[in-house]
Design a protein around this ligand. Structure first.
Ligand SMILES: Nc1ncnc2c1ncn2[C@@H]1O[C@H](COP(=O)(O)OP(=O)(O)OP(=O)(O)O)[C@@H](O)[C@H]1O
Ligand SMILES: [Mg+2]
Length: 500
């Protein structure tokens, strides 16, 4: 029998009335990569936190190396060789890469002083193996989300853990970061390390995992070898029903677009970020924005939404220039932006789901400045149902929702403003496969009803399936535009990486 690094049996964990984990059992063998999948709110992050000592379980047993364990806090779990990389960042943006890599366990000399130069040397040796090639003295905050996650993974692995639990590490990563992560995981497994990996990206998991466990509504719906379950079955086990996978729509209207563009961005330019980017959006059109990390996709969306100052360029909506370059000005003109980084720029965790949704629409929902609570309730209720937001009531704090459900709340916030133009920056990051298909349908429906949509996504399949046109950016400039049947994954990739 293979040795078990961790054996959890009958784990129960409730929050108030919500049973997040209902008698969940899972084992981790030495040298095993074990995938954990399930819909948004199915209990994955809660299990991660119970296994790594953040939450004590209400009931159930944890055993490691045959011995029963109780974790009062994460440091107990760390002493037992278990470390986690959480869904939300827990590193310190203002500290250097090397300090973060050794956070809480910096090398010290005999006098107890931190050995900074030794730490920097070690970090410079370690980080490239994890695909992080920046100067180790730079602040962590200077890196993009994907690279930050790689530092967090490196930190957990080099701490000498025998089990590293990773909660959606790939959610904010591009293809290169994912490759680096998988190479690092492979190397760790070769040395006998075990990984419990949470992800919504099934193709990746099939490639990497030895076993897959599926959670559904807080229970184990399936567990077994990864090569004995095909993707369709896996999805139906996850959803508890037969999948209605989005059939790729016959891409794009090949008819020549006759309507004048509703939104025109002309010559958007900002030093070191954008050079002369022009984009047009027509009513009823879903336009994709492709490109690698750093190509200028987020900057373009922000510039259009008035959230990024420009050196030059102009945005017109329905023929009128957006004069006041501000977010409120853009909202007033009917332009909504769903930002990329939901924790930093979006969700207010201490406010209720209701207030988070109503936040941007408040001016619309009031009559002569008087807010109608009934009207707000009605709007909130509609969007909670439509996007199937999993919360026990509209009054639950948004910070208590699962990561994917927080993303849906943000989307509801912008839909509630009844925008004419919707700019979506990685809207399905961390969103489960069922909700992804629903979102694709919703975008279709919104477009049919006359909305103009700009969709930024690193998921090429999503761009191909949802867009009428795809504009590809590289180094802050428009490289090419693919239309209708001309939109293919290969086409987008070759434009993304094409030489100047
Ligand atoms: N601190 C908390 N307080 C109250 N309820 C919570 C808390 N944390 C999680 N929950 C609830 O427990 C359930 C499981 O949430 P969890 O975060 O584990 O889901 P998840 O599978 O990780 O989802 P996602 O894919 O969206 O990240 C959800 O109903 C969530 O609202
Ligand atoms: Mg989660």
């Amino acid at each position: 029998m293979t040795e078990k690094v961790l054996d959890a049996a009958g784990i129960v964990k409730s929050f108030g009335g919500t049973v997040a984990l209902d008698h969940v059992s899972i084992t981790l063998a030495r040298g095993e990569i074990h995938a954990l999948v399930g819909e948004n709110g199915s209990g994955k992050s809660t299990l991660v936190k119970v296994l790594s000592g953040v939450f004590p379980p209400d009931a159930g047993l944890l055993r490691s190396g045959g011995r029963q364990m109780t974790f009062a806090d994460p440091s107990d779990a760390q002493r037992a060789g278990i470390r986690a990389v959480y869904q939300e960042d827990d590193l310190i943006a203002s500290l250097s890469l090397s300090r973060n890599l050794f956070l809480g366990r910096a090398p010290r000399n005999r006098l107890g002083l931190i050995q900074h130069s030794r730490m920097k040397e070690r970090a410079a040796e370690i980080l490239p193996a994890f695909g992080v090639h920046s100067d180790v003295r730079r602040p962590l905050g200077a890196l993009d989300d994907g690279a930050r996650k790689l530092v967090a993974v490196a930190r957990a692995i080099i701490a000498g853990a025998q089990l590293v639990i990773m909660d959606e590490p790939t959610a904010s990563m591009g293809p290169t970061d994912i490759e680096s992560l998988f190479a690092a995981i492979d190397a760790y497994r070769a040395e006998g390390g075990s990984v419990l990996l949470v992800s919504h990206r099934l193709p990746e998991l099939e490639e990497l995992s030895d076993r897959i466990t599926v959670l559904r509504e807080g229970r184990v719906a399936h567990t077994g070898p990864a090569d004995r379950i095909d993707r369709r079955t896996l999805i139906s086990v996850m959803l508890g029903r037969r999948p209605t996978l989005a059939v790729p729509a016959p891409a794009g209207p090949p008819e020549t677009p006759t309507a004048p563009p509703y939104l025109r961005a002309i010559g958007l330019t900002r030093r070191h970020a954008l050079s002369d980017v022009s984009i047009e959006l027509r009513e009823g059109e879903v336009v994709g924005l492709g490109g690698l990390l750093g190509a200028g996709r987020t900057e373009t969306a922000k510039a259009i939404a008035g959230a990024l100052p420009l050196d030059s360029g102009e945005v017109t909506v329905a023929g009128a220039p957006l004069r006041k370059r501000s977010i409120t000005g853009a909202i007033r003109a009917g332009v909504g932006l769903l930002p990329e980084n939901r924790t930093a720029e979006g969700i207010v965790p201490t406010l209720s789901v209701r207030d988070n949704i109503a936040l941007a629409a408040l001016p619309r929902l009031s009559t002569f400045g008087v807010l109608s609570n009934a009207r707000i309730d009605q709007v909130v209720d509609t969007f909670m149902r439509r996007l199937q937001i999993k919360a026990h009531s509209p009054h639950q704090k948004a910070g208590e929702l699962s990561g994917g459900n927080q993303q849906k709340v943000l989307l509801a916030r912008w839909l509630a403003t009844h925008p004419k133009v919707l700019l979506l920056d990685e809207p399905t990051r961390g969103v489960d496969i069922g909700a992804k298909a629903e979102l694709a349908d919703l975008l279709d429906e919104l477009a049919v009803n006359g909305l103009a949509i700009l969709l930024i996504s690193s998921d090429l399949e999503e761009l191909v399936n949802s867009c009428d046109r795809v504009v590809v950016l590289r180094d802050g400039a428009v490289i090419t535009e693919l239309i209708g049947r001309g939109i293919t994954e290969e086409g987008i990739i070759s434009a993304m990486v094409s030489a100047g």
